[in-house]
Structure formats: structure tokens, C-alpha cells
Design a protein around this ligand. Sequence first.
Ligand code: PLP
Length: 433
Amino acid sequence: MPCQAQIDRRLWQGYLPKVPNRQEQTMRDATPAPACLANGPHVLSIPGPSIMPDRVLRAMHRPSPNIYEGELVDLTHSLIPDLKAVARTDHNATIYIGNGHAVWEASLANTHARGDLVLVPRTGTFADGWAEMARGLGLRVETLDFGNRVAMDPAAIGQRLRDDTAHEITSVLVVQVDTSSSVLTDIAAIRAEMDAAGHPALLMADCMASMGCDVFEMDAWGVDVAIAGCQKGLMTPAGVSFVFYNDKADRARERADCVTGYWDWRPRTKPDIYFKYFYGTGPTHHLYGLREALDMLVHEEGVEAAWARHGLLAEALWAACDQWEAPGGLELNVRDRAHRSHAVTAVRLPERGTALRNWCSDSFGLTLGIGIGMAPLGTLEWDGFFRVGHMGHVSGHTMMGTLGGIEAALAALDIPHGRGGLAAAAQVLAGKV
Ligand SMILES: *Cc1c(COP(=O)(O)O)cnc(C)c1O
């Protein structure tokens, strides 16, 4: 008996873009499981939004609070030091009601004048998104393209800065973990190159995917501006995002001519009256949710312990993938372990990535992330990727469940793969390797 979801899929398959063989391919891949295992708890393993802890949801389930005095006001003040603890900074933290795109814009608007030149080394699609935002604000963008699979070369960035003798480049925009490729960037190495070049540009880091998961030290690494959102490592429904900035970045605010009142970080950072935190009504329920999430991350587990947890879970995933790897089968997108994220993993599975995802969601109760930015949408190549999100509220149990789903899908779809993926992951989680 096919699951309801499989029946629905057959209906909407008629609307898929017409690509040669696509229909035939998906029908072949839609082999029903012997029974529908998608009933019972469903696990979301996409790279944001991430799994929300029940505690966060419960904290949000309440009537509207008074926004002028009392609990919510105190609670909002209490978020700031904890956010700074996650970003590892003693400088400034500002909360915006908005998603990652909002703080892409806020971070640039507060630090640039129209016509400024920004340098964007890229290892995936998210860097392109930030660059696009810069262009929209009237900035000039120069991209250094390192592709979608390998780390950026800090020396190449250093060379470009040394060549910029007129100091035209005003900032270097670096995505710590590009969520499309899952490449992890060595931000401290880029700061070292900037210092060695004696270049005054700001170093700005997008930590949307990585904050709370991959090691990040804003002050120790000399990052001037860092941005993050709440819906990935911070385990809260999408809707609030953060800009962290130091005094050097705030001095750049003096000449910024693209910032409007709403986006100005100054009144928000040290508000003389509560409503200026958000320039209007605060995101009341998000604040309760975020308070609970920060209690879990900062006060109960501890940021460093959370980094270690994400590291071990990622190692387990890679160990399983190493076992599964086979000709005509899957392969991790990033070969160099040192440059793999602990928050998200992009996997290549030529032609069958979509089929594997579909099987997991329809027949197993597991949603994996689509590949993005690796191939044009609607082509057969596009079907050759998937991503695993392992950020935020993830445990040994959720990771083993995710790996179990992938292993079952490889078997169900007759995708060539080596045996022993789950066993290898268990060894890692048991601390045996
Ligand atoms: C998710 C993400 C963004 C965008 O966040 P939205 O909330 O979707 O706007 C930006 N950068 C990175 C690295 C991300 O992972």
C-alpha cells in the first residue's frame, strides 16, 4: 500500500518541469516501502529552520504580554549578554525583527557609503546572496570565486588586499559556513592575511548557519561585524536576527549613507527607551522562545560543549558517508575534513539525490534538505544533491535516526553503496574512534 504522501506525489509529479527522462526516473524511484514508516515522529534534517525544542515552543505558548514594563522588558535586556556569549564578543549586539536577509542588509547599510567597494570571496551561493544585497545598496562588489567544493585560499585574499594600495576595498564579506556547499571558512586565517597586508578593511562574517554549532570567536579572531539568525543553531522559529559589531565598525557608521532610521543600529543597541530596541512593537513571543533557547545553550549546556556535540555528530555522519561511498553512489561534497561544517553537510548523489530525499520523507519520516546552488533547477543534474542539516537541537538519537533513514533509502532504491555506515557512526558516537 503506498502512503498518502506517495499518492499525493504522483498527483503533483504531473506538474514537474518537463525534462527528458525526468518523469520516468521519478516513477522508477517511487517504489513504495513495504509499510509506511512515515507515521510517528517526523524528523526535520534540513539546514534551517532547525528542530525546535518543545521547551522553546512551550515558552512561546502564552497570551500577549505588556510591552511597556515588567517581565518582557527585563527579559529583553537579559538576552543581550547571552547573545554576546554565543558570538564570543564583548562589543555590541543588536536584534532585528527579520530573517538572515534582513541582517545581510543591516550589516552593510550601517557600515558603507554608496559606491564603496566590497570584496566577496565565495565558496557557495550564500556569498552571492550577500553580494547581491550589497549591489542593491549601491555598493560595488568584487568576487573571488573558489567554487563550491573547496576552502577559500586566504593567501589569495591577502594578495588582492596588498594590490589594493589605494585602500579602495572597504570590507571583506566572508560566509563562515556556506550552507549550499557546506564549506567551512578559516576566518582567523583571513584576519591574519588582512593584518599582514596592513589593510584597514572591515572583516564581516555571516554566521547564520554556523553560530552555536561551529567554533566562532568574534573578538579573538578580529571580526568587526558578525551576523546570525535565530532559526538555525539558536533553535527558535525564524523571525529575529542579530548583528554584532565592534567600535571600528561603529566608526564606519559615521560615513554610512545608505542606512535609514529603521535599520540604524545605534538607537537599537543602547536604547534609552524600550521600544527603540525594535523601533516599534517587539517580537514578543520570539523573545520568550529565544530566552528559553539561550538558557539551554548558554546556561545549561554551555557554548563550548555545544560546539563539541556538533563536532562529534558531524564526525559520525562523515564516518557513515565514508562507508557508503561507492562508484555511482554518494560522496561528500567537501573532501577536506578540515573545511567541513559541523552544522550542515552537502552530499552528492548523481541523478538519485531527489529520489533519496523523497523516499526518506514519504516512507521513513525524515526530511532532508534539497541541494541548492549546485546545478540549475529543473535539470537532471539538480537531482544529484541533498543536504543534511545537523544544527541546533540535535542529539545522538536524531543523528542516528537520520543516518538510518539514509541507509534504508540507499537499500530501498538499489543505490550502490558500501555496507556498515551506521556501524561506523556508532563507533564514533561511542568514542571508539
Ligand atoms: C540561512 C542563511 C542565510 C539566510 O537566512 P534567511 O533567514 O533565509 O534570510 C544567510 N546566510 C547563511 C550562511 C545562511 O545559512
